[in-house]
Design a protein around this ligand. Structure first.
Ligand code: SF4
Length: 355
């Protein structure tokens, strides 16, 4: 069972596609300007092309303000910024109700995380705050909450347990609030019926299935979704918010970030001689994954790393130096952009988000 509240380790994406009836993503030429589509990182979807080809459409995502923002979260930001740059309306829900009810984060702390960890980095990564509809779940409109309440009458506990497994009162509350996040743009008080895309990691598919069912019951357009692969933890295994060495946090200071980069798992062989002879085992290499997902946009540059690695021309020590340089550039640039936008973001949070 996929679980939206726990870190999931997916071994076989094809099996997942089959079991949950996800449609494999076959990107059109138009989408090839996005590395997540181009490189198969977005591997599946539900009704993506209905959204993509619609005249009236928007995207929606949630920010969970319960801990540090890391490279796994950045994948959603990159996708949202991509759609926003294409002129698609972008809505971002700060999931503070969920942080408070299911993760037991105090409200003030959730607000701090929302700004310090998330919004500042979203803007630094390219979100245009002026053109986005960013709101906190604790501070939305009456029709939004009314919808959440009405939706709770359109299902049963048995249906919910079949999708989510064991539930608590906090989880039930957050499920209906999240359902309203995804569906309320279609209320007359907002934009009316439209195609809404939710780009998510595949662990969020239970929510998507549940909300699509609800949409049908209230005669709304079923929301679309895309699913991206999970990143491997920096030292191998799962990337988990509770294990700091498994991720690069966007607010890590530079020495910490560089230390983490030094420890990233490689696909190196036992000896240099063996690696020169056999090449690196790139399928196991997290350094290469970091390049493909985040740090190398240019396909030719990535191909060169691939060839130099698998031919044994380049060894992991040299390759890691390249990674460290890229991490340093990225983190320095991000920090500068955060600080350049700090005043604007803090003012936005005070006046509009948590007023
Ligand atoms: S050379 Fe680079 S890409 Fe190849 S296994 Fe080593 S770190 Fe990974």
């Amino acid at each position: 069972m996929l679980n939206p509240w726990e870190t999931t380790d997916i071994k076989d994406y094809n099996k997942l596609i089959e079991e949950f009836g996800i449609t494999p993503m076959k990107p059109t030429k138009e989408l090839m300007d996005n590395r997540y589509f181009r490189r198969g990182i977005i591997f599946g979807h539900r009704d993506f092309f209905k959204f993509w080809n619609a005249d009236k459409r928007s995207i929606l995502t949630g920010i969970m303000p319960s801990g540090p923002m890391h490279l796994g979260h950045k994948m959603v930001v990159d996708q949202c910024v991509y759609y926003q740059n294409k002129g698609i309306k972008t809505r971002i829900a700060i999931a503070d109700v969920e942080a408070i009810t299911t993760r037991r984060i105090p409200e003030e702390k959730a607000r701090e995380y929302a700004v310090e960890e998330y919004l500042l980095n979203w803007v630094a990564l390219g979100l245009d705050l002026d053109k986005a509809d960013v709101y906190a779940q604790t501070n939305r409109s009456v029709p939004y909450y009314r919808l959440a309440s009405l939706l709770s009458g359109r299902t049963t506990m048995a249906e919910m347990q079949a999708i989510y497994g064991e539930l608590t009162p906090g989880k039930v509350t957050s499920i209906f609030i999240q359902a309203s996040d995804i569906l309320h743009p279609q209320l007359d008080e907002y934009d009316g019926l439209e195609h809404v895309l939710v780009p998510v990691g595949v662990d969020q598919d239970p929510h998507i299935r549940f909300v699509r069912d609800l949409a049908e019951k209230i005669h709304f357009i079923k929301p679309s979704s895309t699913y991206h692969r999970f990143m491997t933890g920096l030292e191998g295994g799962k990337m988990s918010s509770s294990v700091p060495n498994s991720y690069l946090a966007l607010n890590d200071d530079l020495p910490t970030a560089l230390k983490k980069a030094s420890n990233v798992l490689t696909g190196g062989r036992n000896t240099a001689e063996e690696q020169r002879r056999l090449g690196g085992d790139i399928s196991k290499c997290v350094v290469y994954e970091l390049y493909a997902y985040h740090f190398i946009e240019d396909d030719d540059e990535l191909k060169k790393i691939y060839e130099d690695c698998t031919s044994g021309k380049m060894l992991c020590g040299e390759c890691k130096q390249i990674l460290k340089k890229k991490v340093e550039e990225f983190m320095t640039d991000l920090k500068n952009k955060r600080e350049a936008n700090r005043e604007k973001v803090e003012q936005f949070a005070k006046e509009k988000l948590f007023k």
